[in-house]
Design a protein around this ligand. Structure first.
Ligand SMILES: Cc1cc2nc3c(=O)[nH]c(=O)nc-3n(C[C@H](O)[C@H](O)[C@H](O)COP(=O)(O)O)c2cc1C
Length: 171
């Protein structure tokens, strides 16, 4: 896909086929996250790739809205350091957003769907993923081929109108 098409085809996917995502595709998606920019280049992320069904089911229990993780071909758990203060917390969320979005667009480019999930139950996350002290599970990305319809450029969007969002020169 062209970059512009991948950007416009990406959507949050919550229903997946059983088709596995090839290892090379998963690596490319993870590489997109690794290459993301971050404040001072601190790269505050680790990615735990999960493909085992039983582990995906357990991972889906970290948040009531993470049910789609259980049915995905794979999931990327985005693990981050506990922020030291409010400023670091704000930078962290910004940087994790950039890494996450890079992965979602790289996936869309391959026709692979992704779905965000927040994470609440950190005890469950730690039990499933085994990350060290001082880290937390920030988000989970479900990964897989969409079962509702293939990824294609979206023409009808549930977004605020362009002219309302974009201001020229002054608000
Ligand atoms: C930070 C963040 C957290 C999200 N958490 C969840 C979630 O826990 N469960 C879920 O099903 N979708 C989650 N989403 C998906 C959003 O609901 C979705 O991206 C939004 O409605 C826009 O739809 P689109 O991604 O298809 O364009 C999350 C998205 C973001 C950016």
């Amino acid at each position: 896909m062209e970059t512009w098409d991948a950007l416009r085809a990406r959507r949050n996917v919550r229903q997946f086929t059983d088709r596995p995502v090839p290892a090379e595709a998963l690596d490319r998606i993870l590489e997109a996250g690794r290459r993301a920019p971050s404040a001072g280049n601190w790269q505050p992320w680790d990615f735990v790739l999960v493909t085992d069904r039983a582990q995906l089911v357990e991972l889906s229990k970290v948040w009531q809205g993470a049910g789609h993780v259980a049915r995905a071909a794979a999931a990327i758990a985005i693990v981050a350091p506990q922020p030291q203060d409010d400023r670091q917390s704000a930078l962290l969320q910004y940087d994790l957003g950039q890494a996450t979005y890079a992965m979602t667009v790289a996936a869309a480019d391959l026709g692979v769907g992704t779905g965000h999930a927040a994470a609440a139950d950190q005890d469950q996350a730690k039990a499933v993923l085994g990350f060290p002290e001082g880290r937390f599970l920030a988000y989970v990305l479900s990964v897989g081929y969409p079962s509702d319809k293939p990824l294609a450029v979206l023409h009808r969007l549930n977004r605020r109108p362009f002219d309302e969002v974009v201001h020229h020169g002054r608000w």
